[in-house]
Structure formats: C-alpha cells, structure tokens
Design a binder for this molecule. Structure first.
Ligand code: G4P
Length: 498
C-alpha cells in the first residue's frame, strides 16, 4: 500500500467528463467550473476548446482547433481541498469514437441537458457507454433561464431515455424569464409560492431521497437545475459533486482487479493525439493512472513491447496549461510525448504483465474499401494505415473472402483525415471504394458447429478485425435481424468487448 500522504492525494481526486449533445452548454459549464476553481479568471477562456459549427465540413480547420484543444484535453484544478480533472470530449460527432474511449478513463460523468430540447441523440449514445461501464452520472438541466420543458417532464424524459433512476437534489425557483435561483431540496426556503408548494409536495411523494450507494453503482442519477450561462445552480452542483462523486475506482485487468491505492504504478493509454504538422511528426499518448504514483525519469514496463521506458518530459494538465510534472497519482492523466511507441490500450506498469480490459471498439457506421493508388508506395501505405489505426483514427477490417482492407469510421471526415495524413506523413496515396454496410458485429456462440455453418454461409460478409477476431459485416438491419432469427445460438455484438 502507498504511504498515507499519497493515499490522501488519490482520495481527493475527482476525474470526470461532461457529456452532452452539441450546444447543450458543456463548454459554458466547464468554464464556470474552472472559474470556481480559480483556474481561469474571465469567462470566454475555454471557447477555443470548441469545434465551431461553421467549420463542420472543413476538417483542416477542425484539426487546427483540435490542436489547440490538446491543452484543454484535460483540465486539472483544485477546489475546496479536492483535485478535479475534467476530461474534454470532442463535440463533433465524427470523432465520437474518441469520446467513447475517453469515457473509459473517467471515474464519473456529468450529463448536461438543454431544458428546452430535452434528451438528444448524442447524449443518449454516450449514456449507453456510461451504462455499460456502470459509470456514476449526475444530470444538469441547463438553460433554465429560457422557456423550456416542465421540470417534472424533464426528469421523466431523462429516466426514460437514459434508462436510469433520477432524483432531484436542487429545484428551480421559476423558469424562463422568471428564473432567479435554485435551492437545495434538503434546505428549502420558508416562503413558498403556491406553485412551488405544489411542486415540493409532488417531489416528496414521487422521488426517493438521494442514495449515494445507488449512485455509485450507476443506478441512480441526482438531478440539478440551473443556467450555466447565468451561473445559477452551478456551485450547488459542484459542491455536491466533489462531496459525492467517486475518487479513482478499481480497474479490471485481464489478470486481476487493480486497486488505486496499490503502491505499484499502473496505467493504460486511452488516447493518442497526433500533431498534424508533417515536419514535426510527434504525438502525445494520454495515460490514465490506475494505481500508485507515476514519477518522471523512472523506468516503467511497456507490457506489449516488453520494454523498459522512462519519460523525461511527461505532462500534466493544469487549467489550460500543459506542464512538465515530476509526479502524478492514480486518477490523474499524464501525457507522454511519443514517436510511435504506443497504441491505444497499451499498459505501463512497474514490471507486472497486466492487460487492462474495457477499451472496446464500437461498430463503425461508414465503411469503405481502401486500395493502393500508387504501386511504388505499397509499403508506405501499409505502414501508414497500420499506424493510423493504432492511434485510433478509425478501424481496419480485412475481408475473409478476398483479403481486401476495409476502413470503418463514424463519419465522413475521418476518411478525409486518413487520406490527407497518408499523403503528407507517409507519402502514400489511397483510393476509396464505398461499401454499403450497416454494422460490423463481433460474433460468438457456444455452439461451434452452428458458428462454423454461419461463417461458411456468410463467407462473403465475414471479416477479421485488427486483433484477428471474426466480424460479420451486415449490409442492412434486415439482413442482421434475419441472421439473428436463423442462428439462435449466435450472439451479435456491436462492440468488441462483451
Ligand atoms: P456546447 O459546448 O455543449 O456545444 O455548448 P456551449 O457551452 O458552447 O453553449 C451553446 C450555446 O448555448 C452558447 O450560445 C451558450 O452561450 C448558450 N448557453 C449555454 N448555457 C446557457 C444557459 O444556461 N442559458 C442560455 N440562455 N444559454 C446558454 P451561442 O450563442 O452559440 O454562443 P455565444 O455567442 O453565447 O458564445
């Protein structure tokens, strides 16, 4: 076990992400939290973080902004004796896979909902990932200063759409133009309007009191109301958050469960951020520390490469600055400068052969064959494609029928990023051929004979993922549902870990 001073460092850490549909107010809320932490001094400072709406089709512009946002990938600051790490998640849906992976590195999440719009698509999808991982979540109903949906309807909608029990912790005094303040339900004002009186009676009759254990199990979400823009209800959220959100949680490796307080250092890589400048090909590999303490210039074991490595310039992220650090603790994120040594999912330890689980690939939504367009540059193309996939830019599948390579992404922009980077960083040229595909499904079955028959029958739709696992490429929802009906013992999964 670690010495108690180090244990205290870990206990005071709160590492989380704010998730929402674009425009619900994630950036505004982040900024207000940073203001409370004294990490920034003026509103508007985090704006560079955001991929602007006007730039949605111009990916170079987006990459430039993503470059700026390396500094805001993790925002660390102290508040009331706690050390908070906010992990930023890209707002643009073409980079949704990045966001999914970032959620594997957080210990909890805050879901921001626009009270006029209710639960929107992106929020629903991100919440699925939280549910899968049993991540504790709190809900912030934002923009209460606008005319929006009735608060009770909003809670109902959150319960229904996010599949989680909810209970309000604060309540809004008015809504729209009349919205002035919020109050904690366990500290109610004495003077109440008739409307508020009626609201409170209903709340007491319908919602359970907050049960922290149920929250920590990911079964109950406390709900807050407010306006990030007007800074109302934010401090109530923050105070409740630091007091109740979990400190770093145990992480499951294939070999065993790893406890944050163990004295030996362990960490996994959940994100690689490449510098788009071809003259300075360098990356930052982001590691989440799962246990113990990380020290600069100390040798650690790179499990996949079976190699000792040490890092002279590791960075931590304080407020919006990247700073070289000498030490970091379980719960923290360290950025390690990288020149191609790391892949997403890699593990660093103090010598133990550990492999962390739970960095699933999600089924892409768009698929294209990738072919070589320059016969002289076959090797470069292969190297480029492999490295870009290791970085997690997209997913590679290989057809079992003809050996052709298929790239799967969640958005068109990623194909453009790949083509550009192949050309500029690897001097390789590629051609795309669109493929009408619905989903890639990872398959498993207890019935080997049935699985065999299925693979033979569907040979032209079978592919391998980059780990060599069998994947069924369903070309329509109908084909998939027919396959599910015909092959009762086969399970079709939309993520690579089940
Ligand atoms: P995002 O990161 O989730 O995409 O959302 P962001 O915070 O950028 O907020 C989106 C828009 O909603 C912004 O307006 C922001 O000012 C506004 N907003 C955020 N919180 C509230 C709130 O509590 N009440 C109201 N009324 N508006 C809110 P914008 O016009 O797009 O940008 P800006 O010109 O204000 O910067």
């Amino acid at each position: 076990m670690l010495p108690s001073a180090d244990q205290n460092e870990i206990l005071r850490r709160r590492t989380f992400a704010i998730i929402s549909h674009p425009d619900a107010g994630k950036t505004t809320l982040t900024e207000k939290l940073l203001l409370y932490g004294g990490a920034i001094h003026v509103a508007g400072a985090v704006k560079s973080n955001k991929i602007r709406k006007t730039a949605t089709s111009d990916w170079m512009e987006i990459e430039k902004q993503r470059g700026i946002s390396v500094a805001t990938s993790v925002m660390g600051f102290d508040y009331d004796g706690y050390h908070i790490n906010i992990l930023d998640t890209p707002g643009h849906q073409d980079f949704a896979e990045d966001t999914f992976r970032t959620l594997t590195a957080v210990d909890s999440a805050i879901v921001v909902i626009d009270s006029a719009k209710g639960v929107e698509t992106q929020t629903r999808r991100l919440m699925e990932v939280c549910r899968m991982r049993k991540t504790p979540v709190m809900v912030f109903m934002n923009k209460m200063d606008r005319e929006g949906k009735d608060p009770f309807d909003l809670i109902d909608e959150a319960e229904r759409e996010l599949h989680i029990h909810c209970t309000p912790v604060t309540w809004a005094n008015g809504q729209g133009l009349k919205f002035e303040s919020v109050f904690a339900l366990d500290n109610r004002p004495t003077e109440l309007s008739d409307k508020l009186q009626a609201d409170l009676e209903l709340i007491d009759g319908v919602y359970p009191t907050f049960d922290r254990e149920a929250y920590l199990r990911g079964e109950l979400a406390p709900v807050f109301f407010g306006s990030a823009y007007k800074t109302i209800g934010v401090q109530e959220l923050l105070n409740f958050f630091v007091a109740n959100a979990p400190s770093p949680r145990p992480v499951t490796a294939e070999e065993r469960q790893v406890e944050p307080m163990e004295d030996k250092f362990t960490a996994f890589c959940f994100k690689i951020h490449a510098n788009m400048d071809p003259n300075h090909r360098s990356c930052i590999a982001f590691f989440k520390i799962c246990s113990g303490k990380f020290l600069r210039n100390t040798y650690y074991y790179h499990v996949r490469k079976e190699q000792q490595m040490r890092f002279a310039a590791p960075t931590c992220f304080m407020a919006q600055k990247k700073e070289t650090v000498d030490e970091a603790f379980a719960g923290d994120i360290v950025g390690l400068p990288d020149t191609g040594n790391f892949k997403i999912g890699d593990t660093l330890t103090a010598g133990e052969k550990l492999h962390f689980k739970g960095l699933p690939s999600f089924s892409p939504e768009m698929f294209k064959y990738i072919d070589n367009a320059d016969p002289m540059k076959q090797k470069q193309l292969e190297k480029g494609v492999n490295q870009l996939m290791d970085e997690g830019v997209a997913q590679l599948f290989v057809s079992q029928l003809n050996g052709r390579k298929i790239i799967g992404t969640v958005g068109q922009l990623q194909f453009e990023v790949i083509e550009y980077r192949l050309e500029h960083e690897y001097q390789a040229k590629c051609k795309w051929q669109p493929l009408q595909m619905y989903k890639a499904c990872w398959i498993e079955s207890d019935d080997d004979a049935e699985l065999d028959t299925f693979k033979k029958r569907k040979a032209q739709y079978m592919a391998y993922d980059k780990e060599g696992r069998d994947v069924f490429m369903a070309d329509s929802a109908y084909v998939l549902s027919m396959a599910q009906q015909d092959y009762k013992h086969i399970k079709f999964h939309f993520t690579s870990e089940f």
